[in-house]
Design a protein. Structure first.
Length: 400
């Protein structure tokens, strides 16, 4: 495959995550009111999806190491299309949550394989640059997702917005079926044997480079998820924005993330992975502290929340390419399993945060602003300690 096709495939596979989470967010309050459901159930449509997304990767990873990336992508994307249609037609909140869980599990195949494909084709330092290009594509897709979701929800309803997810996944499935070539050079016939699987996982979780970059990925994604899970209620119900206006807020967030991936590619050749992450860690912390300080000072406006978060999300565009490629880097022979564990840990932090938000959302901005402050501190600590000590790609050696 050409490098351009590889980046396109990565953008589509990684982009399915913001499509799944961001596109329906403008419709979430209306969806909740339409079903007459409590806010805790509304949060489950996102947090349960992400938990299923995280857990499923633990199975998709070894399966892809055994059978290859292509068949797993075909099965996973096919299941996603079916689940997206089921979500759009769900007659109750309970069934919507069930279909979203299936959707999350299927989404795990796409995102896990994307990270593994990068390791199949590239060594750690080039992998970070290629991953940043794929995540630039994700950023463009995310830029369109929330505004499009808000517009479709205003013109039609939330069911129409969810049908767009099925259309995106069907287009991605067509690209994989027609153009994607298998990237794994040597399938591992023992990848699914319990003893081999446990030994592989144990080797991965004991690797300090994996731990360092996974901690960074968890913290940075935790901050993003806090915004995703709470922002529609904060901006629409507390700050009284319309759904289309909220879509524009999400566009600003996604476009800034897109710029962050370019910042990543500017920083890497000048400072290397570790120093780039250290610089971005300072940006993350500054954004979280400023947002919380303004909220505590009683400055409650769209800009008082959005501008500090844009600084956080700009740094997120640096942290994610470096952390996702860095966590998988030491394991060329078990890229699927390492990618799966990294993704599972990110979604575990998101699910925990979703549960906390579901019980603490109180009609104010503080659960969101305090949550993002917490994760910004975690990002800085991971960047300035773990990654700084264990994140040098030059020291990464094959562990499996």
């Amino acid at each position: 495959m050409s490098s351009g096709l590889v980046v396109l495939v990565l953008a589509l596979l990684l982009g399915i995550q913001p499509v799944t989470t961001d596109l329906y967010l403008p419709a979430l309050p209306a969806l909740t009111q339409g079903f007459g459901a409590p806010m805790s159930q509304a949060q489950l449509t996102l947090s349960a999806l992400l938990l299923a997304f995280g857990i499923s990767q633990l199975f998709w990873g070894p399966l892809s190491d055994r059978f290859g990336r292509r068949p797993i992508l075909l099965w996973g994307l096919g299941a996603y299309v079916a689940a997206a249609i089921g979500s759009a037609l769900a007659p109750s909140m309970v069934l919507l949550i069930v279909w979203r869980i299936v959707q999350g599990a299927a989404m795990g195949a796409a995102v896990m394989c994307a990270r593994a494909i990068v390791r199949d084709l590239y060594t750690p330092v080039p992998a970070a640059r290629v991953m940043s290009k794929g995540l630039s594509g994700l950023g463009l897709i995310a830029c369109l997702s929330a505004p499009l979701g808000g517009l479709v929800s205003d013109l039609f309803n939330w069911r129409a917005a969810l049908l767009l997810l099925a259309m995106f996944a069907a287009a991605t499935l067509a690209v994989i079926a027609l153009r994607f070539e298998e990237t794994i050079a040597h399938k591992n016939p023992r990848a699914l044997q319990p003893g081999t699987l446990l030994q592989t996982w144990w080797t991965i979780v004991r690797n300090p480079t994996f731990v360092a970059f996974s901690a960074l990925a968890m913290a940075s994604y935790g901050g993003l998820f806090t915004f995703l899970a709470a922002s529609s209620f904060v901006f629409i119900q507390v700050l009284q924005l319309g759904k289309t206006q909220y879509g524009l807020v999400m566009f600003a967030m996604s476009f800034t993330y897109f710029l962050g991936t370019f910042l990543c590619r500017w920083l890497l050749p000048r400072f290397g992975v570790r120093r780039s992450v250290v610089i971005a860690g300072g940006m993350s912390l500054s954004g979280g502290v400023l947002m919380a300080a303004l909220a505590w000072a009683g400055v409650l406006s769209v800009w008082a929340i959005l501008l500090p978060f844009l600084l956080f999300i700009l740094a997120h565009g640096v942290h994610q390419p470096c952390s996702q490629s860095g966590a998988v880097g030491p394991f060329p022979g078990a890229a699927g399993a390492a990618s799966a564990l990294n993704g599972f840990l990110m979604m575990l932090s998101a699910f925990a945060m979703g549960g906390w938000l579901g019980s603490h959302m109180d009609g104010t901005v503080f659960p969101m602003t305090n949550g993002i402050l917490f994760w910004s501190v975690c990002v800085a600590l991971a960047a300035w300690t773990l990654v700084r000590k264990h994140g040098d790609p030059a020291q990464v050696a094959s562990s499996t």
